[in-house]
Design a protein around this ligand. Structure first.
Ligand SMILES: NC(=O)c1ccc[n+]([C@@H]2O[C@H](COP(=O)([O-])OP(=O)(O)OC[C@H]3O[C@@H](n4cnc5c(N)ncnc54)[C@H](O)[C@@H]3O)[C@@H](O)[C@H]2O)c1
Length: 297
């Protein structure tokens, strides 16, 4: 089988749901050995007992063992090419253990995909509690920094490779209610540039992806809502939110990550690649439709 990632070893964080899961599946399909992490598949009350209510409320409240975040079940389904290691990416030792697992189990590391993220329930800047700000920045920015820091020496030992992180178009346009999220994601974009300059001489490429609206539990099972929303209703709404008339799907992001992980992008580094169906470049955004409906003068 000739896959685009044959012989490569990858770590993917937040790999038990949404675009991380799509990337795990896609990378395995293309021949990579993948170690992926996610929070342990425990109940929300266990998460709250560990993190406190404020910080736990940033995570899906309908987490259940055997549910969408059960990495063990996903690894079993995918077979030998995938290994699940439960880890909270904000725990330095746990994240180090994920990276070490790739090196000890598969002999090295070529690709690090810092994808785990939370967002959506922080409130306005004025209302956002410190605990919520801290959790968002710890998961969405600090853990990305740590992922780069932990992975780079192993990737350098292989003679080079690729580091990818998931940012967001919230890094480049202002979404009300996403102050911590947008600041963290903008931090990821700049961290990407600095890392690309620092690690380029070791042939390590560092890029990030800025998704627009993508149909994942982060959107339809947001902690903002009392109940999970219907993914198809979200899909239909997102299809009307940008020039391209369909919603973003996890596979759109996984395919961008695949290209960045593969040798096909071997001269690309330090870039923030927007994958949003044109949402962020649509000048009509925010202009009421009826503004253009006036009769001719
Ligand atoms: N869905 C969108 O529209 C959208 C848009 C822009 C950016 N993003 C970003 O895409 C990335 C993936 O999100 P998604 O949309 O696939 O959502 P998702 O919720 O389906 O997947 C995110 C995964 O990360 C895991 N995770 C969260 N905190 C973690 C932690 N501390 N340790 C380990 N795992 C953790 C979650 O449990 C979940 O399985 C995130 O970084 C998110 O911010 C999403």
């Amino acid at each position: 089988m000739s896959g685009r990632l044959n012989g490569k070893v990858a770590v993917i964080t937040g790999g038990a749901s949404g675009m991380g899961l799509a990337a795990v599946e896609r990378f395995v399909e293309e021949g990579a050995a993948v170690v992926f992490c996610d929070l342990p598949p425990t109940s929300h009350s266990e998460l709250a007992a560990r993190l406190g209510e404020q910080q736990a409320r940033m995570h899906h409240s309908r987490r259940t063992a055997g549910g969408p975040n059960d990495g063990y079940a996903i690894a079993q389904r995918l077979g030998n090419g995938a290994t699940f290691v439960p880890a909270d990416v904000t725990d330095p030792e746990a994240l180090a253990a994920v990276v070490d697992q790739a090196v000890t189990r598969y002999g090295g590391l070529d690709i690090m995909f810092n994808n785990a993220g939370i967002g959506g329930a922080e409130g306005s800047i004025v209302d956002c509690p410190d605990d919520v700000w801290n959790r968002v920045v710890d998961v969405d920015l600090k853990a990305v920094w740590r992922g780069i820091k932990l992975a780079a020496p192993h990737i350098a030992a292989r003679g080079g490779g690729s580091i990818i992180s998931t940012a967001s178009i919230a890094a480049i346009i202002g979404f009300p209610g996403l102050g911590a999220y947008g600041a963290a994601k903008a931090g990821v974009v700049e961290l990407t540039r600095v890392a690309a300059v620092e690690l380029g001489p070791q042939s390590i490429r560092v890029n990030c992806i800025l998704p627009g609206g993508v149909v994942t539990p982060l959107i339809y099972d947001s902690p903002l809502f009392e109940r999970a929303l219907d993914p198809d209703a979200i899909r239909a709404a997102l299809a009307r939110s940008q020039p391209l008339p369909r919603a973003g799907e996890p596979l759109d992001i996984a395919n961008a990550a695949l290209w960045l992980a593969s040798d096909e992008s071997s001269f690309v580094t330090g870039q923030a690649i927007v994958v949003d169906g044109g949402m962020s470049i649509d000048a009509r955004r925010g202009i009421p439709q009826d503004a253009f409906d006036q009769p001719p003068q």
